[in-house]
Each structure stands twice: as C-alpha cells, then as structure tokens.
Write a protein that binds this ligand. Structure first.
Ligand code: GAR
Length: 209
C-alpha cells in the first residue's frame, strides 16, 4: 500500500504523533504525511511536524478576507501536497464546503466519544468528557468516522470503548480515551483505508479486516 495523507491539527498533536510513530514502526508502512495543516500557529502539533521533517502550514480562517478564500487556500494546499486522504486529528474547526466536496469520502475524523452520543457542534476537546461524567454513563470511548457537511454525522468506521470509572475526572477520562482508544483506532482506520478494506454504501461504512 502507498498513500499520502494530510493531517489537520489544532492542539497538542498526540494523534499526529501516534500516526508518525506507526509510520516509523512499520504498522503504516507505505503511508506518508504530505502536509500538516494547523488551524492556529500555537498548536504544539506544529513542533512535532518540524521535529519529524514533515511540511506544515498554518491556515486560520480568521486571517483570510472570507471563509471562501480560506476554503480555497486549504484545498489548494492539500491538493498541491498530493494528499489522497485528509485526516482530522484533533482539528477543532469545521472544514470548508469546497474541501469537503473535493475530498468526498476521503476525509476522516477522530471524535473523543461514542457517536451518536456526546457529539455535534460544541462537543470537542474536554467537553464530551465533562458531559459523559455529568450524565453518569458507564462507558465512553472514541469514534473514527468519515466527514460530510454535518458535524460528526458521516459513516462510522471504527469505535473503541473504555469503562468510565467511579473516580474519573474529565481529564483522567480524556487521557485514558486518548491513549487506549484514539491512538489505537485512528492509525488502524488509516491502515484499513490504505489497504482498500473500507467501503461506503448508503451512509454506512463496511470494514473488511
Ligand atoms: C483529541 O481528544 C481529539 O479526539 C479531539 O481533540 C483532541 C486533540 O488532541 N477532537 C475533537 O474533539 C474533534 N471534535 P491531540 O491534538 O493531542 O491529538
């Protein structure tokens, strides 16, 4: 398998690091990161990209005259890099319409909860974990799904769950879900896609392992 991916980030970049590590250790053999796109210049993920000699760019909607101009710039950067798949790895902005259309069924996202629970607009970062504890649910986890024009509604590729423990805080739950769920299923989904093992029919993703 060979596949170039563009990884979109907004923060710490632990999911980006998991992808880099899995390319290094051969699990994602043939996959390469053609570009890291950050939504802001403070994202520590940019340091991780630099340390690993991966090209990166900061494209913040705020610094463009319109959302359309920003969307055009994002699409051009990704297309120019040769990326075949866009991976939203802790990317906290909504992608532009043109980019979503141009990369239809070729954009995936990692969400830190079990969709369709605790997702949608406003449910990002630590917030789903706070909501999970406030509701008292007993399992949570992470979901990798395809991205369409609506928040967190595209076909689900993989999910992984962990127990919510009685003494969990939002932070302890977030940390466990990142390590045991996100950093496992995001590289796995990329590998399955690179191997041609994921198909979509009627908004359902089918995985042949
Ligand atoms: C991760 O927990 C990711 O699932 C979440 O942001 C965090 C980023 O961490 N994404 C969302 O909330 C998207 N709706 P990272 O920058 O260390 O990978």
């Amino acid at each position: 398998m060979t596949m170039k991916i563009a990884v979109f980030v907004s923060g710490g970049g632990t999911n980006l690091q998991a992808i880099i590590d899995n390319i290094r250790n051969g699990y994602l053999n043939g996959v390469s990161i053609s570009l890291v796109v950050a939504s802001n210049s403070e994202a520590y993920a940019l340091t991780r990209a630099a340390e690993n000699n991966i090209p990166s760019t900061v494209l913040s909607a705020k610094s463009f005259t319109s959302r359309e101009a920003w969307d055009d710039a994002v699409l051009k950067a990704v297309t120019d890099s040769g990326a075949e798949l866009i991976v939203l790895a802790g990317y906290l902005s909504l992608l532009g319409e043109k980019t979503v259309k141009a990369y239809s069924n070729r954009i995936i996202n990692i969400h830190p909860a079990l969709i369709p629970s605790f997702c949608g607009a406003g449910m990002y970062g630590i917030k789903p974990h706070k909501a999970v504890l406030a509701r008292g649910v007993k399992v949570s986890g992470a979901t990798v799904h395809y991205v369409n024009e609506k928040y967190d509604e595209g076909p689900i590729i993989l999910q992984k769950a962990v127990d919510v423990l009685p003494d969990d805080t939002p932070e302890s739950l977030q940390k466990r879900i990142m390590k045991e769920c996100e950093q496992v299923i995001l590289p796995k989904a990329i590998r399955l896609i690179a191997d041609g093992k994921v198909t979509i029919e009627n908004n359902i993703a089918y995985v042949k392992e």
